[in-house]
Design a protein around this ligand. Sequence first.
Ligand code: BGC
Length: 428
Amino acid sequence: MPEDAKNTKITFPKDFLWGASTSAHQVEGGNHNQWTEWELENATRLAKNAEKNYGKIPKWPQIKDQTQDPNNYVSGRGVEHYKRYKTDFELVTILNLNSYRFGVEWSRLEPQEGVWSEEAVAHYHGYIEELKKQGIEPVLNIWHWTFPVWFAQKGGFKNSSNIKYFERFVQKISDEYGHLLRYVITLNEPNVYASFGYQLGKWPPQEKNLLSTLRVYGNLVRAHKKTYQILKEHHPEMQVGIATQLANIQAKRPHNFLDTTATKLMRYGWNWWFLRRIRRQQDFIGFNYYFTDYYSGLFKRQNPKTPLSDMGWYMEPEGLYPLLIRAWAHYKKPIIVTENGVADSADEYRRWWIEESIVAMQRALSEGVKIKGYFYWSLLDNFEWSDGWWPKFGLVAVDREHGMKRTIRPSAKWFADKIKQLTANYKP
Ligand code: BGC
């Protein structure tokens, strides 16, 4: 029996969501929000710092030119998903996926404080209806790090008094689209957002202040709770959760006191703190998985030198398994893997990554963990925030130089076949 086929016996639930993820800002094109302003202000600096930032990555010779070009750091036309969404959804179906996680762009919907854009409201109506028409389950993600410039000018999520604006936006989403949706994700990776924007100073608004970080983190807990309340009050059947980022954090030397203490603290602070605060306000546990990190001494990350993704990230896809086990043990709620993927322009690792992820889920399922869905990141190559355009995460490659041409990668074809195998028993 081929290695592939052996594990098809462990079945995924019938209504399992096989999906792919995107976020509005990373694919739409033509946005104007706090992040686009930051891109324009910082593109030259980022290009100048390319060697400092990426020089040590094994892929440096291949990415050198693009990373030193300021255009790399501007989202601009995106991959024109805003206007090409219908044909992009056809790709979802071609890949045998039955669901799609996407974002709505707050700055389009409410470009000025309290003023709703009818065009944008209608656009997302058409968008969600098109997904349904094509038989794809829409999973709407409300907030994925971008917001209108006016909201940024008021201090964004740093001020608790600004949460009311977010609530109003959520209410609008609920009124307009709530009846069309079974699954809604409130926030994407509050831990990553707070730490990159306010602690490490790498992303807008580039603060390096622990107090600000904690304030933002705390306010995002409040924003999530309010969102949950609003949505459930109007749509009690809706399944609402978050997409946090969980890392498989391990001690480099399992018997070393410093390593194990750092590991425990990191697991609690990075993985569980937020989820604990919102444990009563979520119908499923949603998490994104990319990283396995080995901690040594005083919070030093010491990962094996290989294998590395294009971005230089250490890859251990089977690290999904311990996270599924622990998330289930802590919360006893169904789990959705809301993002999981790898930057791999040559498509040398993606198939392996997906296969190991499926095995990790099968192992957890066989031990009684309830898993409701798996969303690959990403459907399309897209704008990777402060890294720009060079990292290629897509199941589908996009050639921005040649008419935004979409090409399905070989690993994606393999994934589509695998889904077919895994779901074959369901059909009469
Ligand atoms: C984010 C995505 C991002 C991906 C790859 C996640 O942290 O939600 O927006 O593109 O990781 O870095």
